[in-house]
Design a protein around this ligand. Structure first.
Ligand SMILES: Cc1ncc(COP(=O)(O)O)c(C=O)c1O
Length: 459
């Protein structure tokens, strides 16, 4: 049975006719009917009309709990009053000056004071630009070209940041020497050649690869949690090995905390008590507006200083714009260690509830992750690296996307890859509603799992 004919897809169409009608217009203006690939899903995404706190309302008036939060960026959910007030105030005073604003400096100070590795920092317009600038800084500092990144690691929307993002079993090579693979046909060979791929959570392999290639490597970039490939937490031994080996070889260690900053007031680096040389940030620090940042050791960050003879070039029209800075300052002033601990506990509650649902239904699936960040994978055990997550996605086939659509009908929005994150607008009641929605969705899916994907049933 093809995906578009599946009864659960038909049920989704019946649930969302107004979105379906708008999707036809979108088809005629955007390739594939969408302007952002990561947020797209079939047969068409719900068209949203408004959002408040943790609830979004679509074009048909369906209300869904937002566990997606624009891919983890809305730490306070939608239309959070302090952010709304800060934005209203600032927009009337002008949105972008190409000059510093008080809020820009204050938000910079707040982040510097919280995140252990940051002595100096720069704002960027996106997380993508933040990781790009970190890599350029590392290359300029070391005079080396190559970058080591993790298999399944995602650092933004450009080639280097996506090498080996999707480790297909027939392409990814041996675990101890992963092949640098392109995710699409746009990748220059030079980028693949300059990127050394390391498997996640394999400290011994990481050490061996750094021993082999270290002299040519400018930077190792790593997420403290493999976000795109199933919210896989890094083991402390893995991050410690990267820290030790990079230090010994004068390689710049970059933590990409674009997602993980929310796990602790000082980011995942504070949780792990490991200090990288550079840290990339984004998402929550902009209060819901586009943002990114890079910060770290003063001697490295000084390479961006306009007072240098040949500074690392960093322009970017909207970096540090007054509107984003006002929104970000309002959001971050209202997010402290106690808030992050509360959200992390809610995340635990969500994972426990989800896992109980799967156990009761006899389905091999896991809610895994850390703190307020969760991902469901159809696997009998939590995954530890990108290959295992990829295998779980392959095993699930169309069941993963069908669960996503069915959860929407039951009032819960996640990423299509079944990533759920918690905002401060949520409490126990919302988490429990998500668990109830999963229970209802899994019971609808179960007959199809039995006939179409029996491999997902527990033995
Ligand atoms: C870990 C990580 N790094 C970088 C980025 C890129 O950020 P942006 O989408 O703001 O460019 C993302 C985005 O999802 C991310 O998850």
């Amino acid at each position: 049975m093809s995906r578009s004919e599946h009864p659960l897809v038909e049920a989704y169409r019946t649930f969302s006719p107004a979105s379906a009608a708008r999707a036809e217009h979108a088809q005629a203006v955007f390739p594939g009917g969408d302007t952002r690939s990561s947020a797209h899903y079939g047969p068409y995404p719900l068209v949203m009309e408004s959002a408040d706190g943790c609830v979004m309302t679509d074009a048909d008036g369906n209300r869904v709990l937002d566990f997606m939060n624009n891919f983890t960026s809305l730490i306070h959910g939608h239309a959070y009053t302090p952010v709304v007030e800060a934005v209203q105030h600032q927009v009337a005073l002008g949105s972008a000056y190409a000059a510093p604003s008080a809020e820009q400096i204050e938000l910079g100070e707040l982040l510097r004071d919280r995140v252990p590795s940051i002595e100096l920092m720069r704002f960027t317009s996106s997380g993508t630009e933040g990781t790009q600038m970190a890599v350029r800084c590392a290359r300029a500092a070391t005079g080396r070209q190559k970058i080591m990144k993790m298999e399944g690691g995602y650092h933004g929307s450009y080639e280097l940041a996506e090498v080996s993002l999707v480790p297909l079993p027939n392409e990814c090579g041996p675990l101890n020497h992963p092949t640098s693979t392109a995710v699409d046909a746009s990748f220059p060979d030079s980028v693949l050649a300059d990127t050394i791929i390391c498997p996640y959570n394999e400290p011994d392999i990481a050490r061996a690869l750094l021993q082999e290639h270290g002299a040519d490597i400018a930077a190792v970039i790593v997420e403290p949690m493999l976000g795109s490939m199933g919210m896989v937490p890094a083991s402390p031994e893995f991050l410690a090995a990267l820290r030790e080996e990079t230090q010994q070889r004068d390689i710049v260690l970059i933590f990409d905390e674009v997602i993980t900053l929310r796990l602790h007031e000082g980011g995942a680096q504070a949780l792990h008590n490991i200090t990288p040389d550079l840290t990339c940030m984004g998402k929550i620090i902009g209060g819901g507006l586009p943002v990114g940042a890079v910060g770290g050791r003063a001697d490295l960050m000084q390479l961006f200083s306009p007072n240098q003879e040949r500074p690392v070039m960093h322009a970017s029209t909207f970096s540090g714009n007054a509107l984003t800075m006002a929104a970000g300052l309002a959001a971050m002033r209202n997010y402290n260690q106690a808030d992050s601990e509360r959200l992390n506990q809610l995340g635990e509650r969500l994972r426990e509830g989800f896992n109980q649902v799967f156990a009761n239904a006899g389905v091999n699936a896991q809610a895994q992750g850390q703190g307020s960040l969760t991902n469901i994978l159809f696997s009998s055990a939590a995954t530890g690296n990108a290959r295992q997550s990829m295998q779980a996605m392959i095993d699930a086939g169309h069941i993963g996307p069908l669960l996503h659509l069915t959860m929407l009908r039951h009032g819960v929005m996640s990423a299509t890859r079944l990533m759920y994150c918690i905002s401060t607008a949520m409490g126990d009641a919302e988490v429990d509603r998500a668990v109830a929605a999963l229970e209802a969705s899994v019971s609808e899916l179960l007959p199809y799992i039995k006939t179409e994907r029996p491999n997902l049933l527990a033995a």
